[in-house]
Write a protein that binds this ligand. Structure first.
Ligand SMILES: NC(=O)c1ccc[n+]([C@@H]2O[C@H](COP(=O)([O-])OP(=O)(O)OC[C@H]3O[C@@H](n4cnc5c(N)ncnc54)[C@H](O)[C@@H]3O)[C@@H](O)[C@H]2O)c1
Length: 314
């Protein structure tokens, strides 16, 4: 990150990715302000954080606009992140209208850099590998809300060309501080928790579901690259490689020193995304981001040799 940001706003900073980002920025010497309504985030993600924390719903601009102060950049992570939520109005208010409030705040305050979390969910069941130039065909209101966010960002950039807006389409993120996401936590953590409690890991028949898993440290790195960009754009944050659930179980067995066999069961869903895989090239060329962690390396960094973290995750 060059030069060091003086002061940055991280929305959703009590959540999984936002807390990792807030702590990394703070460690790099940036003064960080967090906004979170604690609807899905948890204070325990921020126990090592000593900056300002504003407890507010981003949809209600009056509750936070005058509290934030001047910032050089905004990292927008707040959202309803549970893709199974079907309340369309609330999803659109939180994911789109709150973003509009935030961009209005950025323009009024002369903020020049906004990095925001989009999602691979914008692609739906698109062709593999998923490329930024492909059509977006979201399968649920979550993916749709991210698609509308990207359109909103384009519109703000058109009206305010000096504002660089970079959207990051994260693929399947895993890593420390995701345990408070409940059923929306990564498959890697779910399988780890089953195995650590002595149970066989349960996966749909026959474990051949492929995911482009990306480690949270890489996602933070992508944000720090994106904030340096002078122009707006939307980029995949992915590894470009896929790992099936059977291979995840093999890696977890190695870290745990166990030999669990997967327990296969019938997939109850009529629609299920069997594969996610992004094309990492545009991010490499556009913002200079390439993932560093393979799944094996990410799993070792996440769980290996850190009993306190493993206990927290279990
Ligand atoms: N984790 C993934 O695999 C993944 C994949 C694709 C995209 N994303 C996106 O990345 C971002 C961060 O996701 P995460 O995994 O850290 O999820 P998370 O649920 O842990 O974090 C989201 C945070 O936003 C907060 N929030 C929700 N509504 C709010 C509101 N109205 N006002 C203020 N705060 C609010 C929540 O309390 C939570 O702390 C989200 O935008 C998500 O859509 C995540």
């Amino acid at each position: 990150m060059k030069p060091t940001l003086k002061r940055a706003l991280v929305t959703g900073g009590a959540g999984f990715i936002g807390s990792n980002l807030a702590l990394t920025l703070r460690d790099a010497g940036t003064e960080v302000v967090v906004i979170d309504d604690f609807s899905a985030g948890h204070f325990k993600n921020l126990v090592d954080f000593d900056g300002d924390v504003i407890a507010a719903d981003l949809v209600d601009a009056g509750a936070w606009v005058d509290r934030v102060g001047a910032v050089d950049a905004i990292f927008h992570q707040a959202a309803i992140t549970d893709t199974t939520v079907t309340d369309q109005k609330r999803m659109m208010e939180v994911n789109v209208e709150a973003f509009r409030n935030l961009l209005t705040f950025a323009v009024a305050g002369g903020v020049k850099r906004v990095v925001y979390a989009s999602s691979a969910g914008t692609y739906g069941a698109g062709r593999i590998p998923m490329k930024e130039t492909d059509a977006t065909e979201p399968m649920n209101v979550y993916g749709f809300s991210k698609k509308v966010m990207e359109a909103t960002a384009r519109e703000f950039h058109r009206l305010e060309p000096g504002l660089a807006l970079v959207g990051l389409r994260y693929f399947n993120v895993y890593g420390p501080r995701e345990s408070y996401k409940g059923s929306a936590r990564s498959m890697i953590l779910q399988l780890y928790q089953q195995m650590r409690s002595g149970k066989r890991p349960r996966v749909f028949k026959h474990g051949e579901q492929f995911r482009d898993f990306i480690y949270v440290k890489d996602v933070v790195a992508a944000n720090l690259k994106a904030v340096e960009a002078d122009s707006s754009g939307v980029y995949n944050v992915c590894t470009g490689k896929t790992t099936d659930f059977n291979s995840v179980i093999t890696e977890l067995n190695q870290v745990l020193g166990t030999e669990f066999e997967p327990e296969y069961f019938e997939n109850p869903y009529s629609f299920y995304q069997n594969e996610t895989k992004g094309d990492p090239e545009a991010a490499a060329n556009g913002i200079g981001f390439t993932a560093r962690f393979s799944v094996a390396e990410g799993i070792r960094d996440y769980f290996g040799g850190k009993p306190e973290l493993a206990a927290q995750a279990a």
